[in-house]
Design a protein around this ligand. Sequence first.
Ligand code: NDP
Ligand code: 8X3
Length: 251
Amino acid sequence: MNETVFITGATSGIGKATAELFANHKFKLILCGRRQERLVHLKEQLGALTTVHTLNFDVRDKDAVKKAIDSLPEEFSKISILINNAGNAHGLDTIQEGSITDWDAMLDINVKGLLYVSKAIIPKMITQNKGHIINIGSTAGKEVYPRGNVYCASKHAVDAINQGMRIDLNQHGIRVGALNPGLVETEFSQVRFKGDDERAENVYKGFQALKPEDIADIILFTVTRPYHVNIADLVVMPTAQASSTIVNKTL
Ligand code: NDP
Ligand code: 8X3
């Protein structure tokens, strides 16, 4: 397998598990994130299995996004698969109590950052008349839950962008699909609760949450379907979860 995969948010959680699985399957990897020390470690770890290039940028910075992608060496310039994964929730507050800084972070990262990265990579796919974009949405993009307001809005935007990309890129033969997970145990809740580890751990207590490796498996399945098969929109939850607010914590 020598296809090149571009993964945003590869330094943790779903992105990291996907990078590890794809390295085992010998995809060439372009791994992105802000935490440079983690990127260095990933390159050392996965470089033993496949060819790895790392890019350090904040998806909110449109100039940095373009500069980083323009800087790719020739051997990494033909990107076949883009996994738009970078993102987080910031805070869990009512709309009347929410912080504007948190709102800006979620909309700038989850929505605008995804757009900046896609804008830089889509022309490369159009030139090849081929490509696969996987947008990591969320169950929060399918329903709204109490105090989820702006995070849910950001993921509803990802849902709309996923559909819009699929429509506009149809003429170029590019596959576009979204994967919308429910509760996955990653650093997600540590970020949401700003380092309050106890509160973060409580989110996943009393039931079997999804593991980032579960999502990586599905991403691998999605990209390895025959090219005429496009998994356009997929929702995956832990068995213990029925909706954003219904989780069977006795399991
Ligand atoms: P993690 O916090 O473990 O990982 C988030 C990743 O996004 C990190 O690699 C982080 O890298 C990167 N990232 C965050 N902000 C930025 C930024 N400004 N610029 C560049 N990279 C950034 O969380 P998950 O793995 O859970 O989250 C991955 C995706 O999955 C997100 O889009 C999230 O919304 C979605 N999701 C998560 C679910 C869950 O329950 N965990 C459920 C449904 C969807 P770094 O800090 O190094 O920049
Ligand atoms: C992450 C899942 O339910 O915390 O997108 O919003 S949830």
